[in-house]
Design a protein. Structure first.
Lengths: 512, 506
C-alpha cells in the first residue's frame, strides 16, 4: 500500500508542484510588491526544480535502461491520470516552454509598466493545465485541463489592457476559443453517451469492439457526430486551416513574449491532447479521421505559407508561419493514421509529431524572443522595417534571429531540419498520398524560405533608418536566447540526438 | 601520415579559422584578412598532402573515415575521396585561397563577416565533395547555400537582393526534393534489407539495384537539384543574375566551384545509384546539354555587360560537362571531369579579371571600354591569355576537356558532336569580339575620363592570377596528370552505368 501511495505522489508531483509554484509567485508578490527580479528568480528556480524533478521521477527509457524513480507507467485517481514516458517528455517540454517565457517576459513587460508577477503566475497556471493534458486518461480531466490551459491564455493575450490591439486580439481569441471549447465538449459528451464511460482506455475498447465486430458503418451517427465535433475543436486549438482565423489577430495584438508563448504552449499542448484523445482513445477509428488529417495538413501548411508571404508585420508573419508549422506537425499525425495497424510506422509517425514539437518550441520561441528584445523600448513597432540594419546595430541579436529563421526554414544541421526529416520520413515510407504530402511539405518549405529570408535581408542587406534607437537586450532575455539558441544549434550532436530520439520513440510507443 | 584524419582536417580547418576570426576585434582588418588567408592556405596545404599521399593505382575510396551519427536511422559521418573528388577538392582549396586574397582590396565593409562567410562556404563545398553518406552530403549541400546567399546579398551590386533570393529559391526547391529522394531510397533500402544500417551509406546504396520506378523518380529528384546548380538549360536563369550581382570573389567561387557541385553530384549519385534511370533519362539530358551549349553561346554573343557575358559562357561550357557525362563513354567522361577543372580555373580567372577592371572603372559595359592595350598592357595580356584559354586554344586546359567530350560525342551521335563544335566557333566569336572591343582601338572617352585612376594590375592582383596561368598551361600540356588521377573512378562509374562501353585505358 505504501509503495502505491508513494508512486501516486511521485506521479502527481510535477503538476501539483507547478500549481503551488504559481501560488507562491502570487504570495511573493503580495509580501514583497514590485520586486520583479525576486519574482522572476522564484519562478525560474521553481521551474528548474520541477524540471529536475520530472527527470528524477521519470519514467524515461534511455539506452535500454529505465531512468528515474518510476520504472513504468503509473496510473492514479482510478486511471484518470497516468505518468508514462509520454507524460514525462511532454512535462519536460512544457516546463521548458514556461521557463523560456518567464525569462523573456520581464524585459518586455517592465518598460511598459505591466506587472511581472501576475504574468508568471498565470503562465504557471496555464502550464499546469498543459501538464495535466499530457497525462490525462479521462475525457473529463482532459477537458478541465484544456480549459485550465486556455483561460489564463486569454488573459495573457489581453495583458496590455490599454492597448486596443491587445484587447481586440484577446476578445477574438476568447470568443473563438470558448466557442471551440464548447464544440469540443459537445463532442466529448456524444462520445461519452455512446460508450458510457469517460475513461480513455475503456472508450478505446468500446470503439474497437464495435468496429472490429461490424465495421465502421456500424457506428452510431451520434458517435460520428462526436468525432466530427472533436476534430473541429482540436483543429481550432492547434490553429489548423480553416479554423485558424483567430491566430493572426491574437498573435499580433498580444504582448510579444505572450505571442511567443501562445504560438508554442497551447499548440504543443493541443497536440498532446490529440495524442491522448485521437491516438489513444479514438485510434480504432483512425482510418476514418486520417483522410481528414491529410487534407487539413495540406491546406494548413499551404495556406499558412502563402498568406505569410504577403505580411509586413513580423508578428503576423510568424503567426501565419506557425500555422504552416501546424501543418508540418500534422504530417506526422497523418503518417500515424495511414500506417497499418501494429506496424512500427505508427510509432514513427508519432515520433515525428513529438520531435517536431520539441524543435518547433525552441526555434519559434527564440524567434519571438528576438522580436520581443527588439521591442523592449515601448513604441517600437513589429513592422519588418524595425529589423533594418540590425546586423550592424545588434550583431549578436541579428545572428541569433538568423539562426532561428534558418532553422524554421529547415536548413541543416539546425533543429528544424531534423524535425522535418522526422515527419516526412514515415510519410515517405507509407507511400501513396503520403508521398505527395511529403513532397508538398518540402515545396512549402521552399515557399517559406522566401519570407523567412526577407527578414534576414532587412537585417543584413538594408541600412538602419536614421536615428534608430540602440538595441539593448535584457539579462534574462539573453539567458533565454542562449538556451533556445543552443537547443536549436546543437540538436544534432550525437549523444543528445540519440537521447532525444530514444525518449521520443519510447513516448510514442507508450501510446500504442 | 595515415594516422591523421586528413579529410576531417581539410573540412574543418576553415571552420576553425572562421571561429578564430569571430573572436578577433572588428577593427583589425589586416589581422582578419591575413588570418583568413592563412587558414585558406593551410587548407590548401592539407589538400596537397592529400594529393601527395593518394594512391593512384588503387580503386575505390581512400582515406575513408566512418563514425556513427544517428544509429537509429543508420546515418553516419562518413568521408572518403576518389580521383574525381580529390581533383575538385584541390580546385576548391586553390580557388578559395585565391578568392580570399582577391577580396583584400575590394571588400572594405564588414570584412569580418565576409571572411567568416567565405570560410564557412569552403567547409560546405569540401564537405559536399568528401561526404560518402547521402544524409551528410545533403547537409553540406545546404550549408553551401547560406554563406553564398549572404555573400551575394550583402556584398553584391545594386540589384543584389533580387539576385540572391532568386539564387536561394531556385537552389532550395531542387535540394528539398533531393532530400525527399534521399529519404525515399534510404527507406527502400531499409524495406528490402530489414535494417536501417547502411541506408544512407553511399557504398552500400551503390550497386544495390533499386526498383526501376523508384529509380526513375529518385533520379529525377537528384537530377533537379544538380541540374539547377550546374545550371542546365531551362534552370539556368538564376545564374546570370547571381553572377552579375555577386562580388568578384563570389563570382569566382560560384563559377569555379559551386557549378561543379552539381556536375559532381550527377557523376557521384545519379549515374552509379540509378543506372537504369540514367539510361532512360540520358537522351533528354543530352538534348538539354546541347541546347545549353548553343543557347549559352548565342546569348553570350549579344551581352553588353562583361560579367554577364562570362556568365552565359559558363552555361555553354557547363553544357559540355553534362554532355560528356551522359554519353556514357570513356573519353566523354574524362573530358567532362577535365572540363570541370579547366572551367573552374579559366572562368574563375576571367571573373577575377572582370573584377580588376571593375575596381578601376566601376562599370562593366563593354561599349564603354576600348583601347586598354596601350594603357594597361599587363592586364590586356592576362585577359587575352584567358580569353584564348576559354575559346579552347589547343595547348591550354580548356581545349583538352572540350576536345575529349567532342570525341566521345562523335562516337555516340555525330550530330551532337557537330552541334557542340558549332558552339565552340561561337565561343571564339563572342570572346574574341569582346576582347577586340575592350582591348584594341583607341582609348575610349569613358576610360580617358578616368585619367590616372586607370592603372595596371597591382602586384596583389597579379599574385592572384599567376597561379591560374600556370595551372592552365600545365593542364593544357600535360592533361595526363589529371586523367590518370581519376582513371579508376571514371572506369568505376562507367562500369556501373554502362558496362559495355568500358574499354580500358584510352
Amino acid at each position: 500500500m505504501i509503495s502505491i501511495d508513494q508512486n501516486t505522489l511521485l506521479a502527481l508531483m510535477p503538476p501539483v508542484g507547478l500549481a503551488l509554484l504559481a501560488m507562491l509567485i502570487v504570495l511573493v508578490d503580495i509580501a514583497r510588491p514590485e520586486r520583479d527580479r525576486l519574482v522572476t528568480s522564484v519562478a525560474v528556480s521553481g521551474l528548474l526544480v520541477l524540471m529536475a524533478l520530472v527527470v528524477i521521477i521519470g519514467p524515461f527509457k534511455v539506452f535500454d535502461g529505465h531512468v528515474g524513480l518510476l520504472s513504468g507507467p503509473v496510473e492514479v485517481f482510478g486511471g484518470a491520470y497516468v505518468r508514462d514516458s509520454l507524460t514525462a517528455l511532454l512535462d519536460l517540454l512544457m516546463l521548458s516552454i514556461a521557463l523560456l517565457t518567464v525569462l523573456f517576459g520581464p524585459d518586455y513587460l517592465r518598460p511598459r509598466n505591466l506587472p511581472v508577477a501576475e504574468f508568471g503566475a498565470m503562465l504557471c497556471f496555464a502550464i499546469t493545465g498543459a501538464l495535466l493534458i499530457g497525462g490525462a486518461r479521462d475525457l473529463l480531466l482532459l477537458f478541465i485541463a484544456l480549459e485550465l490551459l486556455v483561460l489564463p491564455g486569454y488573459m495573457l493575450a489581453g495583458y496590455a489592457k490599454r492597448d486596443g490591439l491587445s484587447t481586440e486580439g484577446a476578445i477574438k481569441y476568447f470568443l473563438l476559443g470558448s466557442f471551440s471549447s464548447a464544440i469540443f465538449l459537445f463532442g466529448l459528451v456524444l462520445v461519452f453517451g455512446y460508450t458510457g464511460t469517460t475513461n480513455i482506455a475503456e472508450v478505446a475498447q468500446a470503439i474497437e469492439a464495435t468496429v472490429s465486430a461490424a465495421g465502421f458503418g456500424a457506428l452510431a451517427p451520434a458517435l460520428l457526430m462526436g468525432l466530427a465535433l472533436l476534430t473541429t475543436g482540436a483543429a481550432f486549438k492547434i490553429a489548423a486551416v480553416p479554423f485558424h482565423y483567430w491566430t493572426p489577430d491574437a498573435y499580433q495584438g498580444s504582448p510579444t513574449p505572450v505571442t511567443g508563448y501562445l504560438s508554442v504552449g497551447p499548440k504543443v499542448a493541443a497536440f498532446a491532447l490529440i495524442l491522448r484523445l485521437f491516438v489513444e482513445a479514438l485510434g480504432g477509428l483512425k482510418e476514418d479521421w486520417t483522410p481528414l488529417v491529410v487534407v487539413l495538413a495540406a491546406a494548413t501548411m499551404t495556406l499558412g505559407n502563402l498568406v505569410a508571404l504577403t505580411q509586413d508585420n513580423i508578428k503576423r508573419m510568424l503567426a501565419y508561419s506557425s500555422i504552416a508549422h501546424t501543418g508540418y506537425i500534422m504530417v506526422g499525425l497523418a503518417a500515424f493514421g495511414a500506417a497499418p495497424d501494429g506496424s512500427p510506422l505508427e510509432s514513427d509517425g508519432l515520433f515525428g509529431v513529438l520531435f517536431y514539437s520539441v524543435a518547433y518550441s525552441f526555434m519559434n520561441l527564440g524567434a519571438f524572443a528576438c522580436v520581443a528584445a527588439l521591442q523592449r523600448r515601448p513604441g517600437v513597432t513589429s513592422q519588418l522595417t524595425t529589423f533594418s540594419g540590425l546586423g550592424r546595430r545588434a550583431p549578436g541579436l541579428a545572428l541569433l534571429m538568423t539562426l532561428f529563421l534558418l532553422s524554421l526554414i529547415g536548413i541543416p544541421p539546425l533543429a528544424g531540419f531534423w524535425a522535418k526529416v522526422g515527419v516526412i520520413l514515415p510519410a515517405l515510407q507509407i507511400g501513396g498520398w503520403l508521398t505527395i504530402l511529403a513532397v508538398l511539405t518540402m515545396l512549402n518549405a521552399a515557399v517559406a524560405a522566401f519570407y523567412y529570408l526577407r527578414v534576414i535581408i532587412y537585417m543584413y542587406m538594408r541600412d538602419a533608418p536614421e536615428g534608430a534607437p540602440p538595441v539593448n537586450v535584457g539579462k534574462t532575455t539573453q539567458a533565454g536566447l542562449a538556451v533556445a539558441g543552443i537547443a536549436t544549434l546543437f540538436i544534432w550532436v550525437p549523444p543528445f540526438t540519440t537521447i532525444l530520439i530514444e525518449v521520443s520513440e519510447e513516448a510514442a510507443r507508450a501510446l500504442l | 601520415m595515415s594516422g591523421l584524419p586528413l579529410l576531417t582536417l581539410v573540412i574543418f580547418v576553415p571552420l576553425a579559422g572562421a571561429l578564430l576570426i569571430a573572436f578577433l576585434p572588428r577593427q583589425r582588418l589586416t589581422w582578419i584578412r591575413w588570418v583568413a588567408f592563412a587558414t585558406a592556405l593551410l587548407t590548401w596545404v592539407v589538400s596537397l598532402v592529400l594529393l601527395a599521399s593518394f594512391d593512384h593505382a588503387a580503386t575505390g575510396f581512400q582515406f575513408v573515415e566512418t563514425a556513427d551519427w544517428v544509429p537509429a536511422f543508420g546515418i553516419q559521418y562518413k568521408l572518403g575521396v576518389d580521383g574525381i573528388s580529390l581533383a575538385l577538392v584541390v580546385l576548391t582549396t586553390t580557388l578559395t585561397a585565391i578568392s580570399i586574397l582577391a577580396s583584400f582590396g575590394p571588400i572594405t565593409d564588414r570584412v569580418k563577416e565576409y571572411m567568416i562567410a567565405f570560410l564557412v562556404l569552403e567547409v560546405g563545398m569540401l564537405g559536399v565533395f568528401l561526404a560518402l553518406d547521402t544524409f551528410l552530403f545533403y547537409i553540406f549541400w545546404e550549408i553551401v547555400l547560406v554563406p553564398m546567399y549572404l555573400i551575394i546579398g550583402i556584398w553584391g551590386g545594386a540589384n543584389r537582393i533580387y539576385a540572391t533570393i532568386k539564387f536561394v529559391l531556385y537552389t532550395l526547391v531542387g535540394s528539398l526534393l533531393m532530400l525527399v529522394a534521399i529519404l525515399g531510397i534510404a527507406f527502400s533500402y531499409q524495406l528490402q534489407t530489414g535494417s536501417w544500417a547502411g541506408a544512407f551509406d553511399y557504398e552500400s546504396l551503390r550497386g544495390f539495384g533499386f526498383d526501376p520506378t523508384l529509380q526513375f523518380f529518385a533520379f529525377a529528384g537528384f537530377f533537379l537539384a544538380f541540374a539547377i546548380k550546374v545550371p542546365m538549360f531551362p534552370f539556368h536563369t538564376w545564374l546570370p543574375d547571381a553572377h552579375v550581382e555577386a562580388p568578384t570573389a563570389g563570382s569566382v567561387i560560384l563559377a569555379g566551384v559551386l557549378l561543379k557541385l552539381g556536375a559532381y553530384g550527377l557523376l557521384r549519385f545519379n549515374l552509379p545509384l540509378f543506372p537504369d534511370a540514367a539510361q532512360q533519362w540520358a537522351p533528354l539530358i543530352i538534348v538539354l546539354s546541347l541546347i545549353a551549349i548553343v543557347y549559352g553561346a548565342i546569348v553570350a554573343l549579344v551581352q553588353t555587360d562583361l560579367k554577364k557575358l562570362v556568365a552565359y559562357s559558363s552555361v555553354s561550357h557547363m553544357g559540355f560537362v553534362t554532355l560528356g557525362i551522359f554519353i556514357f563513354q570513356e573519353q566523354g567522361m574524362h573530358g567532362a571531369v577535365l572540363q570541370m577543372v579547366a572551367h573552374g580555373i579559366i572562368t574563375g580567372a576571367l571573373f577575377l579579371l572582370v573584377g580588376v577592371i571593375y575596381e578601376r572603372t566601376h562599370d562593366r559595359t563593354i561599349a564603354k571600354m576600348g583601347g586598354l592595350a596601350g594603357t594597361v598592357p599587363v592586364y590586356s595580356a592576362m585577359l587575352g591569355f584567358f580569353v584564348f584559354a576559354s575559346v579552347a586554344l589547343p595547348g591550354l586546359a580548356g581545349f583538352v576537356g572540350e576536345f575529349l567530350v567532342l570525341v566521345g560525342a562523335f562516337d555516340y551521335w555525330p550530330v551532337a558532336a557537330a552541334t557542340a563544335a558549332l558552339a565552340m566557333m561561337l565561343a571564339a566569336a563572342y570572346l574574341l569580339w569582346m576582347y577586340q572591343r575592350v582591348v584594341f582601338g583607341d582609348l575610349s572617352d569613358f576610360l580617358k575620363g578616368l585619367g590616372h585612376h586607370l592603372t595596371d594590375m597591382t602586384r596583389l592582383e597579379i599574385a592572384t592570377i599567376a597561379p591560374l596561368v600556370v595551372l592552365t598551361v600545365a593542364f593544357g600540356l600535360f592533361p595526363g596528370l589529371l586523367l590518370e588521377l581519376w582513371q579508376s573512378s571514371v572506369t568505376d562509374i562507367l562500369t556501373s552505368v554502362a558496362p559495355a562501353t568500358v574499354t580500358g585505358i584510352p
